[in-house]
Ligand binder design. Structure first.
Ligand SMILES: [Zn+2]
Length: 133
């Protein structure tokens, strides 16, 4: 019997070798045709304006054209497609940040402020009558 022929295929319950020539079970081959939708999405983003230039360490992306926008960019419109930019919403590479400014505390603090004013007025009236007596 020759020893140069192909090795017998391992049974299913036998663990695959992680050394030697890459077989079709290697992840880069076994997953070759998977996630095509995600891969196409990233290929599309790679063609967006400014992406080939590399951008900077921190930059964000246009919601409309996926173009790179410098992080310190000050302007109301995308430099690539002129889409309107909302300064509260920033799209980073794989997440979107929405900064919602907190609502005013005025209504919540109003009763406390009024109670303080009432106490102050009572003290003033009390001092007034104490001073006159
Ligand atoms: Zn744009």
């Amino acid at each position: 019997m020759s020893t140069t022929g192909p090795e017998p295929k391992p049974a299913h319950d036998e663990p695959q070798h992680s050394w030697g020539n890459m077989s079709d079970a290697h992840w880069s081959r076994a997953r070759r045709d998977k996630n095509t939708e995600a891969l196409e999405y990233y290929r599309q983003r790679s063609r967006a304006p400014g992406v080939a230039g590399g951008g900077e360490a921190r930059n964000f992306y246009c919601m409309q054209c996926d173009g790179v926008i410098p992080h310190d960019f000050r302007g109301e419109h995308c430099p690539h497609c002129q889409a309107e930019l909302d300064e509260r919403i920033k799209r980073y590479f794989n997440w979107v940040e929405i900064n919602e400014p907190p609502a005013s505390d005025f209504k919540a603090l109003l009763p406390i402020a009024l109670a303080g004013l009432v106490v102050l007025a009572l003290v003033a009236v009390g001092l007034f009558f104490w001073w006159r007596a």
